[in-house]
Design a protein around this ligand. Structure first.
Ligand code: NDP
Length: 339
């Protein structure tokens, strides 16, 4: 049972060498009388929060990985054997699993995240692309952002798993949408494939405040926050009165021992801005509502998603650390097996 294990707690930027691919042992059998489920892992999701779990510090109950043990995260898996009444051999599910070929999982611990694969007519990875990041985009934009037609929306890390869907949801709502991303390829993708009204490479902009004023001469109503740091500081100067900032992530800060200071927070007061953090896990009760919204759009080709596929579990560490240098274009997925 090939596994990707964490070597030791990570300090600073994660490296491929922080993980080892090893041969572990597993009994390919559900113990008599247990409700465990034996899974063959097909696709694994690389997500920015995984860096937070590599630290020794438990951030507000998120937990930490254990050195010497396999990483855990979202995946699409096939049920090989089940002691649980809700799952039977051959079912395809997505939810929490481990970075290994086969996993014996206790369903009850992860019940809220285990779902049948609903996008069977699409390739299986779709559940990872639209499942968790899609829900994040949906609740962050609609429930936290409270958008109105005609509003101005800015999205950072806009070509990534979450950002690309926020942008398309904002266009469907009738908003003016601009995104920032870290390469020309990503900027082209935003403008030509994902329907953004504008996009820029933040690495080429020396004065982000001036850049935002160029794209938003009348200011920003909704900033979908994915990166934090300098970008947030410049955005605060460009928010409109009664603007909203759904705080989804701050990836520019995850690898820093000391988080960068944000100097313009007083604009929250002057402009009566609502800035609100959220975690997608708190919203899975709305999952079926999200699917009702997104599936018809996907079927009609009105919502598309870009995926970056790494082949083979042994290439998982490189794919994962690539999130923090922007190597991925779209949702980063690792293929362990195709069936
Ligand atoms: P992405 O697919 O967007 O991958 C991460 C991207 O972040 C990279 O491709 C890179 O793109 C960008 N990035 C990396 N380092 C920096 C940096 N220092 N400054 C600016 N951009 C950087 O990831 P996701 O879409 O999955 O996640 C986006 C954000 O949403 C993350 O902050 C994540 O933690 C958060 N999140 C929060 C959830 C919640 O429940 N609140 C759930 C899921 C995600 P580029 O080349 O453009 O720099």
């Amino acid at each position: 049972n090939k596994q990707v294990v964490l070597r030791d707690y990570v300090v600073g930027f994660p490296k491929e060498s922080d993980m080892n691919t090893v041969e572990g042992r597993i009994t390919l059998k559900v113990p008599e009388g247990s409700s465990d489920v034996l899974l063959k892992n097909l696709y694994l999701s690389c997500d920015p929060y995984m860096r937070i779990l590599m630290s020794k510090i438990d951030h507000e109950g998120f937990g930490c990985y254990t050195p010497g043990s396999p990483l855990a995260g979202l995946g699409v898996s096939k049920v090989l054997e089940s002691g649980h009444p809700d799952y039977k051999k051959g079912d395809l599910v997505w939810g929490m699993t481990k970075w290994e070929e086969f996993s014996l999982m206790n369903h009850s611990k992860h019940a809220s995240l285990w779902m049948d694969v609903v996008l069977a007519s699409h390739i299986l990875v779709s559940s990872l692309s639209t499942g968790m990041p899609g829900m994040t985009a949906y609740v962050g934009f609609f429930e936290v952002g409270s958008p109105k037609k005609g509003e101005n929306v800015f999205i950072s890390a806009a070509s990534g798993a979450v950002g690309q869907l926020v942008g398309q949801f904002a266009k469907l709502t009738g908003c003016y949408v601009v995104g920032s991303a870290g390469s020309k390829e990503k900027v082209d993708l935003l403008k030509n494939k994902l329907g953004f009204d504008g996009a820029f490479n933040y690495k080429e902009e020396s004065d982000l405040d001036a850049t935002l004023k160029r794209y938003f001469p009348e200011g920003i109503d909704i900033y979908f926050e994915n990166v934090g740091g300098k970008t947030l500081d410049a955005v605060l100067l460009n928010m409109r009165f009664h603007g909203r900032i759904p705080v989804c992530g701050m990836i520019s800060q995850y690898n820093l021992a000391q988080h960068e200071g944000v100097t313009n927070l007083a604009h929250l007061i002057f402009k009566r801005i609502k800035m609100e953090g959220f975690i997608v896990n708190d919203f899975y009760h709305s999952y079926s509502k999200f699917l009702e919204f997104v599936l018809p759009h996907i079927r009609e080709g009105k919502v598309v998603y870009v995926e970056d596929i790494a082949e083979g579990l042994e290439n998982g560490p490189a794919a994962l650390v690539g999130l923090y240098t922007g190597r991925n274009v779209g949702k980063q997925v690792v293929v362990v097996a195709r069936d």
